[in-house]
Design a protein around this ligand. Structure first.
Ligand SMILES: [Zn+2]
Length: 448
């Protein structure tokens, strides 16, 4: 930058002046941003997204404007909201609201934000949003891109499939399922899948397991690059134990009958879970004649008492509609759910009720917490099952129940699938290993 006084024409003077102002302006802008610690070179921002080939992450804006853009990148901490995090970078409130609204339209920010979620915001030289990208930590395959469209910010979710790896594993129970899964280097998500979704209605994991029982598994693990994201489907599980022997095969037949089946193609799905909570023991069984500890006289006990500490989660044992949620005399805080085919379930003595009357719940929805409200001597769940007004013994409800079988047209396909999975389980007994491509991935996993 120089002003050449040898040519004092007004055009040169004006040109030089404008040039000086622009240069100073750029310097000031960059210095301010460096002080605030916000300027990041573009390659660093691009590295947030492990798949640079994706067009969705190509940065917009002309290359010549690189130095004029401002890029803000941050990782959400525990208890951060998106708005708080953006405000910390000095963004005007109106812009914060627009960004949060656009993101919220495609991503559930209230329950969906987690520590570790990453975002990157590119502002143009006038401070307007050029692009905002958000990558959820738990679901990195579903990043959100927010861009200006017709004068307002619009978000869209860009789904990128995860890689499916199918594994075979044999668990040996020494104490319980949780520890066996952990010892195999897997997480409790897998324990939950097994104990609840797959075998939960046919194997009582509180009482059936014995030391030395084995569980063979064929299951999917989903990866983004080399990072494990979550489990896909458990394709087959075989519980081979002293008191129980149960095969579960996932089958998604052409007739829309996706689910777990036993070796003969009978569904493992049952109307009711075997129990409504993880419990320590049964303190009082179903009986028409019981000596009541509080009343000090004989009275029928038309339910089962499950001992558990105050605050233990209580689940709906079947799908249905909540018909009572709140105080109910001797039951204390109670929930009553109405199910199909004339069934009702009742959950008493809760410390907290977490559903409302009229609400529809799924099997295993959290409905309340164990407590000691009403007529009790200690924390436990009083659980009843009623069919057409008659009380049933909850401990017998699924006993002997046989699931709906696959129809004849699906049985051949099912049998072939079952045989290939059982062969895998047998051949890899005792070893954990990844399968090259012996089993095609489930649609679910591919669709993720
Ligand atoms: Zn009771």
């Amino acid at each position: 930058m120089r002003l050449n006084k040898a040519f004092p024409s007004s055009a040169w003077l004006w040109g030089g002046f404008v040039c000086l102002v622009v240069t100073l302006g750029i310097r000031l802008y960059l210095v301010q941003d460096r002080q605030a610690g916000h300027v990041q070179p573009q390659p660093a921002a691009a590295a947030l997204f492990p798949d640079p080939a994706s067009a969705a992450f190509a940065f917009v804006g002309p290359r010549t404007a690189d130095q004029l853009q401002r890029v803000i990148s941050d990782t959400l901490q525990r208890s951060d909201t998106m708005a708080q995090s953006l405000r910390q970078h000095g963004l005007p409130e109106a812009q914060v609201v627009q960004l949060v609204t656009a993101l919220g339209a495609v991503h559930n920010c209230r329950s969906g934000l987690r520590p570790g979620d990453v975002y990157s915001l590119t502002l143009d030289p006038t401070g307007q949003v050029q692009q905002f990208t958000f990558v959820p930590y738990r679901e990195p395959e579903r990043p959100v891109v927010v861009e200006p469209v017709g004068g307002r910010l619009v978000g869209r979710c860009v789904v990128q499939p995860l890689t499916v790896r199918t594994q075979v594993l044999e668990l040996r129970l020494q104490s319980n399922l949780y520890n066996a899964v952990k010892a195999a280097g897997e997480s409790e998500e897998l324990t939950d899948l097994l104990a609840d979704d797959i075998l939960g209605s046919v194997v009582d994991f509180q009482h059936d397991p014995r030391v030395g029982d084995r569980i063979g598994l064929v299951y999917e693990k989903l990866y983004r690059d080399d990072r494990f994201i979550r489990y896909g489907k458990v394709l087959a599980a075989h519980y081979d134990g002293k008191t129980v022997n149960q095969l579960a095969v996932f089958y998604d037949g052409p007739a829309g009958s996706a689910g777990y089946y036993d070796g003969e193609g009978k569904s493992l799905e049952r109307s009711f879970l075997l129990y409504a909570l993880p419990y320590r023991g049964i303190t009082s069984r179903f009986s028409y004649q019981r000596f009541h500890p509080v009343l000090q006289r004989t009275a029928p006990h038309l339910g089962t008492d499950y001992a558990a500490s105050t605050g233990t989660q209580v689940w709906a044992t079947a799908r249905g509609r909540v018909v009572h949620a709140g105080w109910k005399g001797a039951y204390g805080n109670a929930v009553i759910i109405e199910h199909a085919n004339g069934f009702q379930t009742c959950y008493g003595h809760l410390s907290r009720v977490l559903v409302n009357r009229g609400e529809f719940v799924q099997q295993k929805t959290l409905i309340g917490l164990v407590g000691t409200t009403g007529r009790t001597t200690g924390p436990h769940l009083h659980y009843e099952i009623i069919k057409d007004g008659r009380h049933l013994n909850p401990e017998n409800v699924n006993k002997g129940a046989r699931g709906r079988p696959l129809d004849a047209s699906q049985l051949a396909g099912f049998s072939a699938r079952r045989d290939s999975l059982v062969t895998l389980l047998r051949d890899s007994a005792g070893r954990g290993q990844e399968l090259a491509s012996a089993v095609p991935a489930t649609d679910d996993a591919v669709r993720q």
